[in-house]
Design a protein. Structure first.
Lengths: 288, 230
């Protein structure tokens, strides 16, 4: 009579994801934590992600907020399949045609070729530093082509056409398709990165501190672009930021991380107006 | 089996604590044990002096606040009887999108978005085409007396009263089943207030359940089916 279950149209779900830097020891789990810090006093290993659980629903933006060193970017790289996890599962569910669900796949259990194919075709990532996401020696067209070639596009004409489309979407002048990244400003480089990340029409777009370091007016334009992409493409996104202002503008739900642990998660307005954990309260009181 | 006459909203022993970790860990307890029922189609008014916890009740129902203990049973069209206090985030999202309309006391909107888009947003979220949603948004803004020349500006540039009216338009536009209104007539002049009361009366006529927090009980008296003094 009293229902709790809902339709769960999740796309990616992380279960007990763990990532440690260092060889680790049996004491790591009990001696690290949001209060104790992430460094094990016995073996010196750093626990960057400890038992992280999250689910991304189709079309939503899930925010991850936390201070530097809280494990946000490590988690991002684990989801991006660029960094092997030490434990846990990362389930992916493809929404096929007619919204028919297919059986989920644990991405971490795939072999390394299948993982790479998945990353090339179904994931897109945008970094704070453009040189991480772009090949600075290739033109814009070359950069987008690089990703599309990896996703098995072979027709040069179609690749160019796709690049122009994406430059239009991200409000870059299409005439500059053959310019190299070093000729673009910081805000434009983020648009180039976004174009590249979106080119293969990924299932999930990962955004790692994409507006940090930009001046405020440029930051606002990039945020508006991300919001428009969510609206127009119904794109599912995982957004990492240390800036609650960015999270507030974009994310529907938010995870708060500290020293590798999730200390709190909830609806973004609840996190901002009724934070439960001392660290979140500190974060909110510092931001407002 | 569900009884035919379930209340729309059944709040039982609602308790809300704020644990202020940054202020020597003290606990503030605005709501100790609140219980009330709102029947389908009823207009229910909660009044009481400032700081009595009126807004906290609404925010618990909208899940902007987490409930410390107690239950908020809501008879949902999509999910049947659900306890909002413990429902999943996903479910709360859907309830907000399709069933709950909330007008907070202060407008909190995204910066740089035109007033017309802000007003149309709840409809667009429901899948209405942008053009149709804009026509409907324009109708509400016009009715609430917001000049057309301002529609393309961000609501951040609006006066307090104008923001309040826009906020109301957003709450009403998607025709929710349960309207949660926080001081809907505060900071409005006589003319606007009359329009808002008329809107509430129309919604009531259409069968919408309304839960209002207000200390302006004088003007809401005519509409109210039940009053609750905190």
């Amino acid at each position: 009579m009293e229902t709790q279950a809902t339709a769960k149209d999740w796309v990616i779900e992380g279960r007990n994801l763990r990532k440690r830097y260092g060889h680790g020891c049996p004491m790591c789990v009990s001696l690290t934590g949001p209060e104790q810090g992430n460094r094990c006093p016995v073996c010196g290993s750093i626990t960057a992600c400890a038992d992280i659980n999250f689910a991304l629903t189709k079309g939503e933006i899930l925010g991850i907020v936390g201070e530097s060193g809280s494990g946000k970017s490590t988690l991002m790289q684990v989801v991006n399949l660029a960094l092997p996890a030490d434990g846990g599962e990362l389930w992916y569910r493809e929404m096929g045609a007619m919204e028919q669900e297919q059986s989920p796949v644990n991405l971490l259990a795939l072999d390394k070729y299948a993982r790479r194919t998945f990353r090339n075709q179904r994931l897109g990532i945008v970094y704070q530093r453009p040189e991480l996401g772009l090949n600075m020696n290739f033109s814009v067209g070359g950069n987008v082509a690089e990703k599309l070639l990896l996703a098995d596009w072979r027709n040069v004409g179609r690749i160019r056409q796709r690049t122009s489309e994406l430059m239009g979407l991200t409000e870059l002048p299409t005439a500059r398709i053959d310019d190299e990244p070093r000729m673009f400003s910081g805000g434009m480089l983020q648009r180039v990165q976004i174009s590249k990340a979106l080119s293969s029409n990924p299932a999930v777009l990962l955004l790692d501190e994409v507006t940090s370091g930009l001046d405020l007016s440029v930051q606002a334009k990039v945020l508006d672009l991300i919001r428009r992409i969510q609206w127009e493409l119904k794109m599912t996104m995982l957004l990492v930021s240390h800036d609650l202002g960015v999270i507030k503008q974009l994310a529907g739900r938010t995870i708060v991380m500290k020293s590798g642990y999730i200390v709190e998660q909830g609806l973004t307005d609840q996190i901002l107006e009724d934070p439960q954990h001392p660290y979140t309260q500190l974060l909110v009181s510092s931001a407002l | 089996m569900q009884q035919p006459k379930e209340p729309m909203l059944d709040v039982r022993h609602l308790k809300k604590n704020f644990h202020m970790h940054l202020v020597d860990g003290r606990v503030i307890n605005p709501l100790a044990s609140i219980s009330f029922q709102v029947q389908r189609g009823q207009t229910f008014i909660i009044s009481g002096k400032s700081g009595a916890g009126k807004t906290s009740i609404l925010k618990c129902i909208y899940r902007t606040y987490l409930t410390t203990s107690g239950a908020i049973w809501y008879d949902s069209q999509q999910f049947g009887r659900v306890n909002i206090a413990t429902a999943s985030e996903e479910m709360v999202f859907r309830l907000r999108e399709r069933e709950l309309g909330f007008c907070s006391q202060f407008l909190k909107v995204l910066p740089r978005v035109a007033a017309l888009d802000v007003t149309a947003e709840p409809l667009v979220r429901l899948g209405t085409a942008r053009d149709t949603a804009h026509v409907e948004a324009a109708r509400w803004l016009k009715r609430l007396g917001i000049e057309e020349s301002r529609w393309q500006a961000s609501p951040v540039t609006f006066s307090g009263g104008e923001q309040q009216r826009l906020n109301l338009a957003r709450a009403f536009i998607a025709a929710p089943r349960l309207l949660l209104l926080d001081e809907p007539t505060a900071s409005l002049d006589g003319v606007s207030k009359a329009i808002v009361l008329e809107m509430m009366a129309e919604a009531k006529q259409a069968g919408v359940t309304i839960l209002t927090v207000s200390h302006d009980t004088e003007s809401l008296k005519a509409l109210a089916d039940e009053m609750y003094l905190l």
